[in-house]
Design a protein. Structure first.
Length: 288
């Protein structure tokens, strides 16, 4: 039954009622769609149901249009919002970055080696430093300087680029600027940020030096969706690594950056594979 090709991905959510799993799996069987992976979750706090399925059509008559026509009425009976993602869909991704290159380097490597099923179409920065890296990957690079006086003007140019390149996902790969409320609203649900997990204890400049002075025994990173709550959007992925007294601030920085790049990769991968569901201020993540 299983194909060597990539699967179709079905995702849906609706109010929690009896029959939600059945209406989906019964349809898949009747339509001759072989289910290769299935996850579901019923949240008793929010009263919402979530489901994700990877499947391989077995019928030669399968099409996205026929799926919508035949499944749509059944979904409507449950108030179910759903989405179907074709196997070869590669979301167009814009990466925003400042001077630190570890997360950008990692994402571009995984993009180049097909570990991430995405198309990085543009890189935007408030500094010129990483343009050679973008040129090596043959990706357009835009240097848009920013100051307190030009912040809104600069963000307007960023939005123009996002729309020019038909961007589906924006990744803030250590973009060291606080976005305005209007920019956060524009990017709501389709932008991922990464930051060290020393917050909120060590805010501001040189957080790893502050942490070293306090003798921390753990460093980490958090990847989350962007919203208007600074560094407090719905969390997608987190990572940690223990450290000891033998490490100095520069060692903590290096270990922290390692955790940051892996954590950001995991978050982006979960997002593009449609494994993440927003559930109020929280997320539901299947098989990440």
């Amino acid at each position: 039954m299983k194909s060597k090709t990539l699967p179709w991905i079905f995702t849906a959510s609706c109010p929690s009622v009896i029959g939600t799993v059945d209406v989906v799996t019964r349809y898949m069987a009747e339509a001759e769609n072989y289910i290769d992976e299935i996850h579901s979750f019923d949240d008793r706090e929010s009263g919402l149901f979530f489901i994700r399925i990877e499947f391989f059509p077995q019928s030669d008559d399968f099409s996205e249009e026929s799926f919508s026509t035949t499944f749509g009425p059944r979904a409507a009976e449950f108030g179910m919002g759903w989405e179907l993602t074709e196997p070869n869909h590669r979301p167009k991704v814009a990466i925003m970055v400042s001077k630190y290159d570890h997360c950008l380097n990692d994402l571009l490597y995984r993009f180049r080696t097909n570990q991430l099923n995405i198309d990085v179409t543009v890189i935007i920065s408030n500094h010129p430093d990483l343009e050679p890296l973008a040129k090596w990957h043959d990706i357009p690079y835009y240097h848009l300087p920013i100051s307190a006086e030009t912040k809104l003007e600069q963000e307007a140019k960023v939005i123009e680029l996002i729309e020019q390149y038909d961007t589906e996902l924006v990744v803030l790969a250590r973009y060291m600027q606080v976005l305005s409320p209007s920019m956060c609203q524009y990017l709501d649900g389709r932008a991922i940020n990464i930051h060290h997990s020393l917050l909120p204890g060590f805010k501001g400049a040189r957080p790893y030096h502050q942490a070293w002075e306090k003798g921390v025994k753990m460093v980490g990173a958090t990847a989350h969706y962007v919203n208007n709550d600074l560094d407090e959007g719905p969390i997608i992925s987190q990572g940690i690594q223990t450290v000891s007294h033998a490490l100095y601030p520069e060692d903590l920085i290096a270990k922290g950056q390692d955790v940051e790049r892996v954590t950001l990769f995991n978050a982006v991968k979960c997002h593009v594979e449609k494994r993440v569901f927003l559930n109020g201020k929280r997320t539901v993540i299947f098989g990440g």
